[in-house]
Design a protein around this ligand. Structure first.
Ligand code: FMN
Length: 333
C-alpha cells in the first residue's frame, strides 16, 4: 500500500482528502459517515462575524429598549434558522463533533473586521478544535480604500486572531488581490500556518423580468481547479506555509494535481454534495491504485513535484503561458 499520509497545520493526516467548510458538518451523523468513508479531517461550516454581531446587537437592543421590532435592521442577514446557527450553538457543535469522531476537526470563522467577535476564535479552540480556518471573504466596493489599507486591516485581524489562540491557524483567501504573493507573504509573516486557496465567489445574477438581483448556488466542476492549481504551484517553496487547495477538486486525478502543485491537502465540497459521501472511498481507492501503478511509495514524495520551482518550463505559469494558449487556437474550419 502506498503511504497516503500528509502533514497539514502540524496535524498528521491519514490522507490528503479533507472535507471543506459546508453544511455537511452540521450533523454529527454526516461527519461520522465522512470519517467512515475515509476523509482525513473536516473543516466545519463557518461561524460568521455578522452572526456574532447580530446576536450581541439583538441582545443589547432588548436590554436597552424592550422587545419592539429589531427585524428591519437585520433583514440583510441570512435567517438564523436556515443557514446560520447561533454562536454558542456553534461552539457546542465543535465540542459535540470532537467527542463523536477521531479525525481532526477544524473550526471556521468567517469575517474581516477587527472586533469583539474574534474572541470566538478562542472559544472554538477551547471547545476542542484541532485548528482554525479564518475565511477572509470580502468584496471591496469603496474607491477611497486602497489595496494597502485593505491588506493592512486584514493582516492586523489575522495577527490578532493568531495571538489569541494556540492551535494552528489557516486563512482562506480570495484570489483577487493586486499582488497576491506579497499579501500571502504578509500573512505568513503574521504567523499563519496554512493558506487555503481559494474562496469561491458566488456572483449575483439579474432577473431581468422582476428587475431584481438573484442569488443561486451553483456547485463547482473540475475546470475550476486550474486557478488554485496555478497559485499553489507558483507559491510552493516560496512561502514557508502549508497550502490547502479548494475549488474544483472532484476526483483522484484532481487530488494528484493538487499534490503535485505543492498542496498538503485538497479539499472537497461540491463533489460530496452531488455524488454523496460514498464517493469518498471510491476516490481514495482510485488514488491508491494510481499511485501504485506509477510506483510511488508515498503521497509526500510527489508534493511540489509540479510546482514552478520543479517543472522544466517555469514560464508555463506566467505570462508566456497566456501567449502560448492564445496562439494554440486553430482557425474555425
Ligand atoms: C453549500 C455550501 C456551503 C458552504 N459553506 C461554506 C462556509 O460556511 N465557509 C466556507 O469557508 N466555505 C463554505 N463553502 C465553500 C466550500 O468550503 C469550498 O471552498 C467551495 O465550495 C469550493 O470547493 P468545491 O469546488 O469542492 O465545492 C460552502 C460551499 C457550499 C457549496
Amino acid at each position: 500500500m502506498v503511504d497516503l499520509s500528509t502533514n497539514y497545520l502540524g496535524l498528521k493526516l491519514k490522507n490528503p482528502l479533507v472535507a471543506s467548510a459546508s453544511p455537511l458538518s452540521k450533523k454529527v451523523e454526516q461527519v461520522k459517515r465522512m470519517e467512515e468513508a475515509g476523509v482525513a479531517a473536516v473543516v466545519m461550516y463557518s461561524l460568521f462575524e455578522e452572526q456574532i454581531i447580530h446576536e450581541s446587537l439583538e441582545l443589547d437592543h432588548y436590554l436597552a429598549r424592550g422587545t419592539e421590532s429589531f427585524a428591519e435592521a437585520i433583514t440583510y442577514l441570512p435567517d438564523a434558522g436556515t443557514y446560520s446557527l447561533l454562536p454558542d450553538r456553534y461552539v457546542a457543535n465543535v465540542e459535540k463533533l470532537k467527542k463523536s469522531v477521531g479525525i481532526p476537526i477544524i473550526g471556521s470563522l468567517n469575517g474581516v473586521s477587527k472586533g469583539g467577535w474574534t474572541r470566538y476564535a478562542r472559544l472554538i479552540q477551547d471547545a476542542g478544535a484541532d485548528a482554525l480556518e479564518l475565511n477572509l471573504y470580502y468584496i471591496p466596493t469603496d474607491p477611497a480604500v486602497s489595496a494597502k489599507e485593505l491588506e493592512d486591516t486584514q493582516t492586523d485581524l489575522v495577527a490578532d486572531i493568531k495571538s489569541s489562540i494556540k492551535i494552528p491557524l489557516a486563512v482562506k483567501l480570495s484570489p483577487f488581490y493586486t499582488s497576491f504573493p506579497h499579501f500571502a507573504g504578509r500573512l505568513v509573516k503574521a504567523g499563519v500556518n496554512g493558506l487555503v486557496l481559494f474562496n469561491r465567489f458566488y456572483q449575483p445574477d439579474f432577473d431581468i423580468e422582476e428587475l431584481s438581483v438573484s442569488h443561486s448556488l451553483d456547485l463547482s466542476s473540475s475546470s475550476e481547479l486550474r486557478l488554485p492549481l496555478r497559485w499553489t504551484a507558483l507559491l510552493y517553496s516560496r512561502l514557508n506555509v502549508d497550502f490547502a487547495l479548494t475549488g474544483g477538486v472532484h476526483s483522484a486525478r484532481d487530488i494528484l494535481k493538487a499534490m503535485m502543485a505543492g498542496a498538503k491537502v485538497s479539499m472537497m465540497t461540491s463533489k460530496l454534495l452531488y455524488s454523496g459521501l460514498d464517493s469518498i472511498s471510491n476516490i481514495l481507492a482510485e488514488l491508491q491504485s494510481w499511485l501504485e501503478e506509477h510506483e510511488y511509495v508515498s503521497i509526500q514524495q510527489m508534493q511540489g513535484s509540479m510546482s514552478q520551482k520543479s517543472v522544466a518550463e517555469p514560464s508555463a505559469f506566467e505570462r508566456a503561458n497566456y501567449m502560448k494558449v492564445l496562439s494554440s487556437f486553430k482557425d474555425l474550419p
